[in-house]
Design a binder for this molecule. Sequence first.
Ligand code: DHB
Ligand code: FE
Length: 296
Amino acid sequence: MAKLLGAICTSHIPAIGHAIACGKENDPYWLPFFEGYPPVREWLEEMDPAAVVMIYNDHGLNFFLDKMPTFAIGAASQYHNDDEGWGLPTLPPFPGDPKLSWHLIESLVADEFDVTTCQEMLVDHAFTVPISLLWPNRSARRFGTVPVAINTVQHPLPTPARCYALGKAIGRAIESFPEDIGVVVVATGGMSHQLDGERAGFINKSFDLHCLEKIVDDPRALTAMSIHELVRAAGTQGVELIMWLAARGALDGKVTRLHSHYHIPVSNTAAGLLLLSANGRRQSAVLEPGRAIRAR
Ligand code: DHB
Ligand code: FE
């Protein structure tokens, strides 16, 4: 059976993709951000997942206001990105994992999550930037991807509690996949930011730090919030934290925080990073003293 190895939550700001493309990781502006990532890259090298379920929000590249699914899952053999206007490079296609996609779709629909199934899907910066960040030499790694898109563009948005429940169903689906593979869940978005309107530039550090704590040991403190309370606390785009709740739901039960990082600002956004493993699973073997990965 497949094993869910852990979950990574990370921001997906387009400027990060630009910094990677231009080799600016060590510039004074960027270094305090990029230095959060090596422990997670090292963990991924060690785990070497065969498949990655990417929970992210499309910003208008694949879905637009005319048709906006609340939850959508890709079931293609590969995914392309495209020019979104951010000046990001077009990347080689990302391999899919259609067998795992269809298993997730079957399992989620049986679990009463009526997802939109996409046999063609363009993936935007929220999918591509975190993959470039987490796998700097992606071409050397052969992992399939399953995109799971959650609507954060057009209200009504799904509630934090609903996203957490979706994540739980995704976790159950992964662990019932009848192939002996390791799977990692990556959630992208957040932390607090607002790109438009009167509060453009809004960042809420105390709320972000509260999220980084509560999501580990008390996710119900966050799933009890309404979507409008989340917008108020995190900003109109900070609402992307619902992806983090889905990833936390996938792990269910008690988890271990292996690493976290927080840096303000990157572009208009508070950049956050969290690596969680499920307790009692085989990845706890990485928690040896002296390793770069910190257990807290
Ligand atoms: C920015 C942040 C985002 O989450 C996004 O999707 C686009 C831009 C930013 O801060 O520039
Ligand atoms: Fe975004």
